[in-house]
Ligand binder design. Sequence first.
Ligand code: C5P
Length: 296
Amino acid sequence: MEQLILPSFAKINLVLRVLRKRRDGYHTLETVFQTIDLHDELTFSFYPSTHFHLVLDVGKSEIPADSSNLIYKACHLFHEAHPVPVRIEVQIEKRIPLQAGLGGGSSNAAVSLIALSRYFRRPLKRTELLSLARRLGADVPFFLYGGTALGTGRGDRIRRLPDWPSFPTLLVHPGIPCSTPGVYRSYDESGLLTRNRDFIKIHLDQRPESLKDLVILIENDLEQVVFAHYPELDSIKKKFVEAGAVTVSLTGSGSSLFGFFKTDGDPGEAAKKFPASTVARFVNRAEYRARVFGGK
Ligand code: C5P
């Protein structure tokens, strides 16, 4: 038996701009992803077997343990591309809140591809792995990179950005499950996307050096429609500001919010004002590679 115990990191979207609606129903985005140290833990146990068999143990989590789970889908897609018999047991310790805009499911899917790739000694080319990731979801390819990255297309065309410096961030989890397709539908109905927007903001060599540089960049086009549905999120945003935040934003399609605080420092004090919150730091690409891909 061989075992791999891997962290499956969450992401926040420091920038999320919706540029246009595509014919396939998706939206063209310009987004900056950032991995943070909040993570699930996935334990993959591999046993020799005469056929392919997968068992998911979701523990106390509410996520499904069946074929609708993205880990299941990822392992099966990998097996289709590299059909070698093995029995895989995956134990999932969930810590990333669900339907929160933190990419937990997408990260789990990418880490599953990485785990199988590592176990089988990397039988697929990087481009093949990327194409499997794309089939699993728009956010999945990012988690084959980690760190700071620009996502274009559906958010699935990834370009690495120079690591942005880490500023401690406070995440607040309102516990409202936000459905991503539902949020994009509301966005379409809202008429906010009245004309196609241009790619403008993110230059590949841009690297905010100070918290002030970072704050200028932060925006999320989906925030307005999500706040219209859930006014309590707007109240949480106000509470952030009262607690001294210099900026607050929704991540992805919500419902978690993240904020940065001026004192360069520890948002731990502010965290005490929010019942469900996490203080997180950025995970840069080198750390991501070392902890998920196992070094190099
Ligand atoms: O690819 P994924 O399954 O994560 O996307 C979930 C849904 O989010 C899509 O079905 C689509 O409704 C919406 N979406 C979108 N544009 C994107 C990403 C997601 O409209 N760029």
